[in-house]
Write a protein that binds this ligand. Sequence first.
Ligand code: ATP
Ligand code: MG
Length: 434
Amino acid sequence: MEKSFLVQAVRGMNDVLPEQIGGWQLLERVTRELFAAYGFEEMRVPLVENTALFKRAIGEFTDIVEKEMYTFTDSGGDSLTLRPEGTAGVVRAAITNGLLRGARLKLWTSGPMFRHERPQKGRYRQFHQIDVEAIGFAGPDVDAELIAMTARLWRQLGITRVKLKLNSLGTSQSRRAYREKLVAYFRQHESVLDADSRRRLEGNPLRILDSKNPEMQAVVSAAPLLTDHLDPESREHFDALCAMLAASGIDYVLDPRLVRGLDYYSRTVFEWVTDALGAQDAICSGGRYDGLINQLGGDATPAIGFAMGVERVVELISQAGMPLTQPPPDVYVITSGERAQRNTLALVEKIRDELPQVRLHVNLGGGNFKAQFRRADKSGAPLALILGDGEFERGVAALKPLRQETGQSECPLSELTARIPAILKDLAGLSHAG
Ligand code: ATP
Ligand code: MG
């Protein structure tokens, strides 16, 4: 036979294996409960949107739109894009479903995002985000609440090596005046700008401040600061936010060069970074996007949101050393003989009906007693339930502790559901005492 061709996974797109899933499930569980406690509701949006949505929302002169989108034409001739981030889809959904109308929405969503970046540790082409969006809230109180909620999340997950960076981008008007100053400044230094930055000079000069090019650091750090050109309302908004954070004991660092990679931000922007992950140090970033909804065709509505990078947070969770593996079964069911095999499923299902909390693993696929006991041992279960033809004949089953020397006992089938929880409790007590 011809050797078959092994199909590889797509570069930068990862499988999450059972041994890794614990951190994901913990993060999902903790965020779900935390967000609900703060009054956020889950919503789900498609993975694919019209390309125009992302171009409009994220901005033409951004890394994402310029070079990272998975865009294709479907067989109907429409240009579609795999979502590179979550906010655009949530806002689109709020508009097209008529959810706005002056309402105040507290929403969250999660799932895979797609960006054609250079894959490396902490940077993938399919990665996952958990997004939170508060739509219809103008004041700094909601900015502070979102940040406090993320600070609480890190505490609940045992994540400690994080730092909050904070900045204000002002309104789009104040930014326009600043932008002119910035363009004038960079024009004076055009000879040291790299090709990317020269191109951005017209389209998106603020992004030059975000350049990672070491040869440009001098010119970037001497550039005029946006924070010195804030309009009075944005200044007041920002000062109020800082005061609320300080009063709640949430540490932050002001970073006047934090501009964020997406065009839609205004006023507050923030980023949680860590020193525990190497180069990919941003774990959660967000900001206010007061102009976006109107720009996408909805009524002008202030809003703020953030997205956290699930892969990076999960890595921090596993570093924090939380116990993440699925617990072993409580009972391993060993079955031998034709009659026993025929009746096991019905019996076990009845036990499951009555004891839904008990984790029962049934030996599947037969095997002699020795092989089945080996599997039972390996499963980590403290107790084996043994069903043989002889036992069935007499209407009983055998119960055998697997981790303790206490002996095997017999139990009438009709009393199993009463007996199992008590035995498990005893065994747990014994193992704690031992
Ligand atoms: P970075 O500076 O790391 O490129 P970003 O500014 O592009 O991040 P956002 O678009 O704000 O990030 O996305 C929010 C979060 O999603 C980031 O803080 C990060 O944790 C995560 N993230 C972004 N891009 C990737 C990626 N390619 N792979 C894994 N996680 C990512
Ligand atoms: Mg990026």
